[in-house]
Design a protein around this ligand. Structure first.
Ligand code: DGL
Length: 267
């Protein structure tokens, strides 16, 4: 793959834009292709088989467009599909993401860590393995958050419905004594301002976007694949309703972005 080729970034919807922003910050010379499978959210309530099939389609789409690396900017998709994709494309750099249990376990002072994530992530074998590896000395309280992803997809980051949902999810974690909350879904960083307003100031929030961007940068450097730039405009494909998405993007993405339909017929 030539080093000026784009990086492919993928999420079930707009959540991965929180990761794309970190990638843009860390790697300003890279051209970025982003696919949001907005027509099929929420992945968190779908079967692993369904998610794997969607991930294969999107991965093929991005490979056909020359992506030199793939970022699964989605915890749920990583849990269900990263092993499958790595087995299919052993030479393609693929970066996945998982809830930040290790850094949260290191940071907690109360010894109780809360994880906000999708049902799919929390039920996955990879998440159980993550707890086995990194959560020996802490208590981890998990909280599935159905409905939150849909609110972010609508661009409703602070309305009464979003507030009530988020409050209902975070309150039990605080009651359990959590002082560190893991944002284990890439949609949730967009809710940080609202979350901050709902929780005491000394509660830490941990997410993985910046770590993913660092990992990607390291993989590109190892393989001598860094672009020299200038970056081409970011392109986004979505399987959802484009006019509605254009409105939502005004709240979620500051840069210009070329938006096109993700039409996966023929895959
Ligand atoms: N953004 C995805 C994640 O990080 C989940 C979204 C969904 O449920 O579709 O887990």
């Amino acid at each position: 793959m030539p080093s000026e080729a784009p990086i492919g970034v993928f999420d079930s919807g707009v959540g991965g834009l929180s990761v794309l922003a970190e990638i843009r910050r860390a790697l300003p010379r890279e051209s970025l292709f982003y696919v949001g499978d907005c027509g099929h959210i929420p992945y968190g309530e779908k079967s692993p088989e369904f998610i794997r099939a969607r991930c294969r389609r999107v991965a093929e789409f991005l490979r056909e467009r020359g992506a030199k690396a793939l970022v699964l900017a989605c915890n749920t998709a990583t849990m269900a599909a990263v092993a499958d994709l790595r087995a299919r494309y052993p030479d393609w750099p693929i970066v996945g993401m998982e809830p930040a249990v290790k850094p949260a376990a290191a940071a907690t002072r109360s010894g109780v860590v809360g994880v906000l994530a999708t049902t799919g992530t929390l039920q996955s074998a990879r998440f159980a393995a993550l707890l086995d590896r990194f959560a020996h000395d802490v208590r981890v309280v998990t909280q599935p958050c159905p409905g939150l992803v849909e609110q972010v997809e609508r661009g409703d980051l602070d309305g009464p419905v979003t507030r009530a949902l988020l409050d209902g999810y975070v309150r039990p974690l605080l009651a359990e004594g959590c002082d560190t909350l893991i944002l284990g879904c890439t949609h949730y960083p967009f809710l940080k301002p609202l979350l901050r307003a709902l929780i005491p100031a000394d509660i830490s929030l941990v997410d993985t976007g910046a770590a993913v961007a660092r990992r990607l940068a390291a993989l590109l450097a190892e393989r001598d694949l860094q672009a020299e730039g200038p970056a081409r405009p970011t392109r986004m494909w979505s399987s959802g309703d484009l006019p509605a998405l254009r409105n939502v993007l005004q709240r979620l993405w500051a840069e210009t972005l070329e938006l096109e339909p993700f039409d996966d017929r023929g895959y």
